[in-house]
Write a protein that binds this ligand. Structure first.
Ligand SMILES: [Mg+2]
Length: 425
């Protein structure tokens, strides 16, 4: 009888159960420590743990596995503790072994990150985005605001808003493409930008970024500026339009346009370079990328003269563009030197620099606005169409059209709080 009794106690000790603890209320220092002190006393195992703080209200979940013999006492002590603290509510839910295993088994699914950006974000915009992701059966695991807190008294300080969703689910390659297309359409209609990326190790370890120059780093097309100063703008524009209509190829149009610049004095180029209108957000983006050790390249169908000016200004590592030939008289000869950098060459250069820097292609980023940027945008791990024409945007995986170039930082997961109050380092 005695032996039988001991055996039954032994069996009882071995029985464990899962309890989901939900805590919500006013956030305060030391709350988690006091809850954990009770769980530690009864040797609870933590199976899952997470919290979110919205304004100053906390919502926390702890999934524990604990000896059934102690669970009643643990819940009693937790209830007592939270009552003592005041303005905190606590709830408990048992989780069966089967339910737990089914949940744990789903963790093998793919994870994705959806980042949405706008000057500000409305419920209608968030609704549009979440409606698209739910249509593809993706579940939201976490939501994070990457931009700083908004001011309601000083709305002029709120220059951008960004929210990042961690998603989980399974998408075939066709579904992923269709989802990306739907997001692009939705983003254009709702006036916001987005990126949809696989949440793998490369996302956090990008190392090389390649920029187009004209209309990306600077708000100008250098050839138009040169043509304007040389009084040949209309002829140059006519050739550009003819190339855009597909009547002549890029190389032919480039050669013809450069020929029209014959006789232009180099001092005019220097003057243009010193007054280049730098794109909003470029200074902030460059300073963060340099601090984090990124390799930075300019891959431009424009001219090396301006690329090298930006290289000195920002400490850029590589510049590949087209070199205008200068005669002994200090004037342009109307010819260029070397191979023309076109769309295909930009993609090749991105791959070559990645090889030189021993960077996996998945760790590369490309940013550009033009049709000749599409090959490099598609080649890079993260290709971003920047204030691009609809045709370029429609063929890119992600885009930024609502804010400045520093929007790239959110796509690679930076938070304003990482960058200091003013968004500077
Ligand atoms: Mg461009």
């Amino acid at each position: 009888m005695q032996i039988y009794g001991n055996f039954s106690v032994f069996l009882h000790i071995m029985k464990e159960e899962q309890i989901l603890i939900r805590i919500s209320g006013e956030d305060r220092v030391g709350l988690t420590a006091s809850i954990m002190a009770i769980l530690a006393k009864y040797d609870a195992q933590i199976l899952d743990f997470g919290q979110a703080v919205i304004h100053n209200t906390l919502s926390m979940g702890i999934l524990i596995r604990i000896d059934e013999a102690h669970s009643g006492q643990v819940m009693k002590e937790l209830l007592f503790k939270t009552t003592e603290l005041g303005s905190i509510s606590i709830g408990f839910a048992p989780i069966s072994d089967d339910d737990y295993e089914a949940w744990a088994g789903r963790q093998g699914r793919n994870r994705y990150i959806l980042t949405i950006i706008g000057r500000s974000l409305s419920a209608a915009q968030i609704h549009a985005a979440t409606e698209v992701i739910s249509r593809y059966g993706l579940n939201i695991d976490a939501i994070k605001r990457l931009t700083g807190r908004m001011s309601i008294k000083h709305p002029e300080k709120n220059v951008r808003a960004c929210v990042e969703f961690s998603l989980r689910g399974f998408l075939s390659e066709e579904q992923r493409k269709a989802l990306q297309q739907d997001l692009m359409t939705m983003g254009t209609e709702a006036g916001m930008d987005f990126s949809f990326q696989k949440d793998d190790m490369y996302r956090r370890m990008r190392r090389l970024i390649c920029f187009d120059m004209d209309s990306t780093l600077i708000q100008a097309e250098c050839i138009d500026e040169l043509a304007r100063r040389h009084g040949v703008y209309d002829q140059v524009a006519a050739i550009t339009e003819s190339a855009m209509r597909g009547e002549i190829d890029f190389k032919e149009s480039f050669t013809k346009r450069v020929a029209l610049l014959k006789g232009l004095d180099v001092s005019v180029m220097r003057d243009i370079a010193e007054h280049l209108p730098i794109t909003e957000g470029t200074d902030r983006l460059m300073s963060v990328l340099k601090t984090c050790g990124y390799k930075i390249a300019i891959l431009s169908g424009g001219f090396t003269f301006f690329g090298e000016y930006l290289q000195r200004k920002y400490g850029i590592d590589y510049v590949y563009a087209n070199e205008l030939e200068v005669g002994e008289d200090g004037k342009l000869t109307g010819r260029y030197v070397g191979e023309v950098v076109d769309g295909r060459r930009k993609a090749d250069l991105l791959r070559l620099i990645a090889q030189t820097e021993k960077v996996n292609i998945a760790q590369t980023i490309a940013v550009g606005d033009g049709a000749n940027d599409l090959p490099m945008l598609n080649e890079a791990g993260l290709g971003i169409a920047f204030h691009a024409k609809p045709r370029v945007k429609a063929n890119a995986r992600q885009s930024i059209s609502t804010i400045g170039l520093d929007g790239v930082l959110y796509f690679i997961g930076f938070k304003d709080s990482h960058l200091g109050e003013q968004g500077k380092l």
